[in-house]
Structures are given as C-alpha cells and as structure tokens.
Design a protein. Structure first.
Length: 290
C-alpha cells in the first residue's frame, strides 16, 4: 500500500517517510500531496487519509507522509534545540527533494500548519495548495496549556485497549463524533510498542520544550506569514470544539484571505480526523481543483 523510506536530513539525521502510490494511470499528472503532522505526532496519523486519497478511482494521487525528527521512526536528535519549526521546514524540503517532488499540495495539522506558514513565506514555488488543519496565525494559550498537560501525563498503558481508554478519557469530551474504532486507531498512531511496553512515540524532550514556554504572555502571531497564502489555493479546517484555533481567529482568516475555503468539523476538537466522511468529502472537493 505504501513504500517506506529512510532519508537523510540536511545534517545527516535519518528521517522516515511513507510514499503512497495511486494505481490510477492519470495520478502521475496530478499534484502530489504531502501531509505534515502535529507536534508529537507522526505519519501514522495520516494512514487512513493517505490510503483514501491514493485509492481514488478517478482522482487518485501520490501522497507522502513523514515523521519529523524525534517522532515515530525518524531518529531522535541529540541536539534538542533542533526541534524547531525552521529545522523541520528544511527537513520537509529535503524529503521532497529526495523523492523527486518539486511542488505539492500540503496538508498541515497543528504544528504541520505552522511549518506551512514558514514554507509558503520562504519557498512559495514549492507550494501548490495548502490545507490548514485546526491551526492558524494565532494560537490560543489555553490550547497549548492543554497540550502541555496531556503530553506531560504520567499514565502508562498496559494494553492497547487501555491506551485507547486513556485517549478517550483525555479527549472524549471534545470528540463526540469518534467511534470505538477511531480511538483504537488513534492509540496505534500515538503509541508504539518497545521492549514489551506501550510508550508515546516521540522524544520526551519535545514535550519538555513545550513546557518551557511562558504562556502567561501573548504568543507572537503569524499574520505576516499567513499573508503568503494569498497566492495559492487555501483551505482551513477547524474542529468544532477546538481550543487551539478560536472561532474568532478562524473568521478573521477568512476575512484576511477571501478565497479561503473554510470547513468546521462537527463533533471534533483539536485536531480533527481528516478521514471522517464529512471532512474527507470537503477535503477531496478542494483537492480536485489542485
């Protein structure tokens, strides 16, 4: 269903990527899609979505998903300061070059969307279209506090059912639309089994770095970088119950970029699952024009 790659970052650190290829002969003429995950997440978040996009009978296209450094099957970085947006943006471009992709449509969830703000501002020729999944130029401090709390949690699941239960207890109120199967899939995406233990699949230094932020003061916004999206097709998805992307910022994004196509994922919080049928239908409709 997908090819696996271990590819060098500009500094030599090995990055893991998946390459989903469509069986549709016309797919080679369509713009490929590159999916960028959230802060502590990895390419497994996108497996259902990437599979659906690649399998389209008359609209299939190549999809690339990748693990940032320190996440999933990419190597952990001994220099923890390298867990930053600038380095990760460079890593994305390196993976694209290694896979022979010079231009793509991007789907960025949370941190992935922040990387896209930088990419569109610095390498606009590489960006054919952008989907921002529950992220924008203004990040709500309360949403970051919530992420810091659950990334710093000390619950250690002893089984996959227990892992799904922990996620449901933590996030269930914001995600009434999710099914039992969704929570099980999320557990398999977030956790990994190592030495007989189920553990969060990222370098703990990433969570520690988040906890050093001073969230008592307003965070810098990215409105100047957001303006770079003016020259490209743009879609923004907001979880109905999101605490990271406010309804006010979501509305302001549409005012600032009138061509933006907005969609609210009902019954979901931060960050929406994009393969749920309602969201996927809207997303696929957007990609058809790219």
């Amino acid at each position: 269903m997908f090819d696996e790659h271990q590819l060098p970052a500009p500094d030599g650190l090995l990055l893991y990527a998946r390459d989903y290829r469509s069986r549709d002969p016309a797919a080679a003429r369509r713009t490929p899609v590159v999916c960028l995950a959230g802060l502590s997440r990895n390419c497994r978040d996108f497996h259902p979505l990437a599979s659906l996009i690649a399998a389209g009978d008359d609209s299939g296209r190549r999809v690339i998903t990748l693990d940032y450094r320190g996440r999933g099957r990419s190597a952990w970085d001994g220099e923890k300061a390298n867990y930053n947006l600038s380095v990760e943006c460079s890593d994305v471009l390196a993976v694209m070059t290694a896979l022979g992709i010079d231009r793509a449509a991007f789907i960025g969830t949370s941190r992935g969307g922040l990387i896209l703000h930088l990419l569109a501002a610095t390498r606009p020729e590489a960006v054919a279209a952008v989907v921002l999944n529950d992220i924008g130029p203004v990040i709500e401090a309360e949403g970051l506090r919530e992420i810091a709390r659950y990334l710093g949690g000390d619950e250690r699941p002893r089984s996959w059912d227990e892992a799904a239960g922990i996620l449901r207890k933590t996030h269930g109120a914001a995600f009434p639309a999710l099914t039992d199967a969704d929570w099980q899939d999320m557990a398999r995406a977030i956790y990994a089994e190592r030495d007989g233990r189920i553990v969060a699949d990222f370098d703990p230094a990433i969570a520690a770095q988040l906890r050093t932020l001073d969230l008592s003061r307003p965070l810098p916004d990215l409105w100047p970088q957001f303006d770079a999206f003016r020259a490209m097709p743009l879609m923004a998805i907001r979880g109905e119950h999101s605490r990271l992307l406010s309804a006010e910022t979501f509305a302001a994004m549409a005012t600032r970029q009138p061509h933006l196509r907005g969609y609210t994922a009902r019954g979901q919080g931060h960050a929406p699952l994009l393969h749920k049928p309602d969201v996927f239908t809207a997303l696929l409709d957007f990609l058809r024009d790219v």
